[in-house]
Design a protein around this ligand. Structure first.
Ligand SMILES: Cc1ncc(COP(=O)(O)O)c(C=O)c1O
Length: 408
């Protein structure tokens, strides 16, 4: 039987009305909903096992430590890494900041950070701060096409990816355009000039198989909440050799092997990067999210996303005056669009009356919006529980809104 048929029953939040209409949640690129199994894992931990990790010798502490480390091993399996290469963070933003501070400390004037024009502010501003502090410069791999259909302009790589580049970072999937970047090739090219590669997998982690060995990145970061896990938990994967030479960003309890009044010695990775009490329940529930997504088969999730997105593009393209952004080829599970006469915030506010949860604005991509000549877009982003019928409601709602504004 198709795994998609009964999937909505797993998500309690979907069974509600908004303004008297059934909720249609199309804001999955911002955060995904949580299946009952993940919610239960959180409740189970706090009801039965809650205790701090790595510190106690009593039964509850051993149980919670065991569950926390089992979750680490589960996340490692999820992305084909070793458990010692998994650092639990609060999410993508924290992972990138950790890297920007720790890798950035080694940069010198004249060094270059190469990134792209389509990065989320989380993978842009921390590097800008580091460049400012160290005298390094930032180069941008451009996006091509007025509507960015072409994704990154790889013809510029030879010119931009020189030996001066010490860090290369890019998003796996653009959170505004839905472009899927060729990260394997980009990491291979970065390695060839001796640059360290950092991949932002925030938008890809929940939407298909992800193998860090195949990608060949030195570091990969992602957030649990975009892959059916809780908020406040994420992962920084680092290749073992890289982690061994990396200094911690935060210091304190839990990450030290020995402390005197004068100095401290760090534990090895991953503990070295997890100062203080971690989000234990979040990590355990994120492990449960891995089980949930693997049971659905992540290759099938990718196909489901692509089929819904293809359907959405076809239906939306029939609306007069719509500007559809993003690729015409391989697409992830989202579609971004704009109308010249109606602001994205108006679209989202009016669509809410029809029970639709959309996102409107710059999507933390202000420089890209400026380049595309837009103040913002409306974004509909899909996940495992969305249906073609919901996309039809979206299209009907958009037509109603355009008629109201006398547009389209
Ligand atoms: C591509 C990308 N990078 C980074 C982030 C930041 O993720 P978080 O807010 O979970 O740290 C997001 C969130 O939308 C994103 O889409």
């Amino acid at each position: 039987m198709s795994p998609w048929k009964n999937i909505r029953a797993d998500f309690p939040i979907l069974h509600q009305q908004v303004h008297g209409k059934p909720l249609i949640y199309l804001d999955n690129a911002a955060t995904a909903q949580k299946p009952r199994a993940v919610i239960d894992a959180l409740v189970h931990f706090y009801e039965r096992d809650n205790s701090n990790v790595h510190r106690g010798l009593h039964a509850l502490s051993m149980r919670s430590t065991d569950a926390y480390e089992t979750a680490r091993a589960r996340l490692a399996r999820f992305i084909n890494a070793a458990a010692t290469e998994i650092i639990f963070t609060r999410g993508t933003t924290e992972g990138i900041n950790l890297l920007a501070h720790s890798l950035g400390a080694k940069l010198r004037p004249g060094d270059v950070i190469l990134t792209t024009e389509m990065e989320h502010h989380s993978n842009l501003v921390p590097w800008q701060q580091v460049a400012r502090a160290t005298g390094a410069t930032i180069r941008y791999l451009p996006v091509v096409g007025a509507d960015a259909e072409g994704g990154l302009d790889l013809t510029q790589l030879d010119q931009l990816l020189t030996p001066a580049v010490k860090i290369f970072t890019c998003t796996h999937i653009s959170n505004t355009l839905g472009v899927i970047n060729p990260v394997e090739e980009l990491c291979r090219r970065a390695r060839a000039v001796g640059a360290i590669s950092v991949i932002d997998a925030a938008q890809s982690i929940g939407h298909g198989p992800l193998d860090v060995q195949a990608i060949g990145a030195d570091f990969v970061v992602f957030s649990g909440h975009k892959m059916c896990g809780p908020t406040g938990i994420g992962v920084l994967y680092g290749r073992r050799e890289q982690l061994e030479s990396l200094d911690p960003d935060e210091t304190g309890g839990g990450m030290v092997a020995n402390v005197t009044y004068e100095s401290a010695r760090w534990k090895p990775a991953p503990e070295r990067f997890e100062a203080g009490t971690p989000n234990i329940a979040g990590a355990i529930a994120l492990g449960r999210a891995c089980d949930y997504l693997d049971a659905l088969d992540r290759a099938e999730i990718a196909k489901h996303d692509q089929s819904l997105t293809g359907f959405a593009y076809d239906q939306l393209a029939k609306i007069p005056g719509i500007r559809l952004l993003g690729p015409t080829g391989a697409r992830s599970g989202m579609v971004s669009f704009a109308f010249s006469d109606v602001h994205a915030h108006d679209i989202v506010t009016f669509a809410d009356e029809d029970g639709l949860a959309l996102r409107g604005g710059h999507h933390c991509n202000q420089p890209l919006m400026r380049k595309l000549g837009l103040t913002g877009t409306t974004r509909a982003s899909f996940y495992i529980y969305n249906t073609e019928a919901e996309i039809e409601v979206l299209v009907t709602s958009l037509r109603r809104i355009l008629a109201f504004f006398g547009a389209g």
